[in-house]
Design a protein around this ligand. Structure first.
Ligand SMILES: [Zn+2]
Length: 282
């Protein structure tokens, strides 16, 4: 019997390792902005922006912006901030600067276009060391690590916004020069993907990044993946295929439509209210 005890302990330990799960809590701030909390890490993605006039996008209320600027709970002790691109519904210079002054331990990963805006701020010298500005070339990526979080940074084309070209005639993509980043981060074994304002129809891009091989647990997905028809859904399934999905970039007028449409889909979450949270065990 004595000989069997180590064997039982060994089986128990292996079984514990196989079945142990990491928990995380995700809070919806607004638009593509989220707070991700695991046992020891806190990440903010695309959330540090201001209340926006108009109903074209969901934006944080004045009281939430105030908490973010002062780095007060739940926005205290943030390890990492990711900013996908410089548009005002993802990034606000004043909010980021105030946040970094009050939370000097946080690192920011952003495209060079965002760093360029931050560098104009008179306080830039105070938080310059916190900024990691990376814009990989198209179809390229880069890997770094912050506070024990491994991060893969992908250059993802911004979704198109076609408008009339008044100089040359025809149509032109207003967002053609925007540097948009996607992020894959591994936090305590949970693999997250945030795509920013990706173009979900860019198959060449998604084929080259092979995100499916990364076995993404939770993907924050631009709602366009589901509103562009079968082609973008096929790209999502073939090249990303995450276990859980959180839809984002849904304007307030369409929130109910998306919420009702995905109500019965177990692995797709549509947040209904700002500052609502969901927990996952992965
Ligand atoms: Zn954008």
């Amino acid at each position: 019997m004595k000989r069997l005890i180590p064997l039982f302990l060994c089986i128990f330990f292996v079984s514990f390792l196989l079945h142990s799960q990491t928990e995380c809590k995700i809070t919806y701030i607004a638009n593509e902005g989220f707070l991700i909390e695991t046992g020891s890490q806190k990440i903010i993605t695309d959330a540090l922006f201001d209340n926006i006039d108009g109903n074209w996008c969901d934006s944080p209320s004045d009281s939430i912006v105030d908490l973010m600027k002062k780095a007060l709970p739940p926005f205290n002790d943030i390890d990492l901030i990711t900013i996908s691109h410089k548009h005002q519904d993802h990034f606000n210079e004043g909010v980021v600067v105030q946040f970094l002054i009050n939370n000097p331990g946080a690192k920011v990963i952003c495209p060079k276009q965002v760093e360029f805006v931050l560098a104009q701020n008179p306080n830039y010298g105070k938080f310059k060391k916190n900024i990691i500005a990376i814009t990989p070339d198209l179809y390229c990526d880069s890997i770094t690590a912050v506070s024990g979080i491994s991060i893969r940074i992908l250059r993802l084309e911004h979704s198109h916004y076609m408008e009339e070209d008044t100089i040359h005639g025809g149509q032109i993509n207003r967002h053609r020069d925007i540097e948009n980043l996607g992020f894959v981060f591994n936090v305590e074994g949970i693999k997250f993907f945030h795509c920013g304002d990706t173009n979900p129809l860019n198959e060449k891009e998604y084929a080259s990044f092979k995100l499916k091989d990364a076995e993404i647990d939770i993907a924050f997905l631009e709602r366009l993946f589901f509103s562009k028809g079968a082609e973008s859904i096929a790209i999502l399934n073939k090249y990303i295929d995450p276990k859980e999905m959180i839809l984002m970039h849904i304007n307030p007028a369409n929130q109910e439509l998306f919420s009702n449409h995905f109500k019965e889909v177990e692995n797709i979450k549509v947040f209904e209210r700002k500052m609502d949270s969901i927990g996952y065990k992965m």
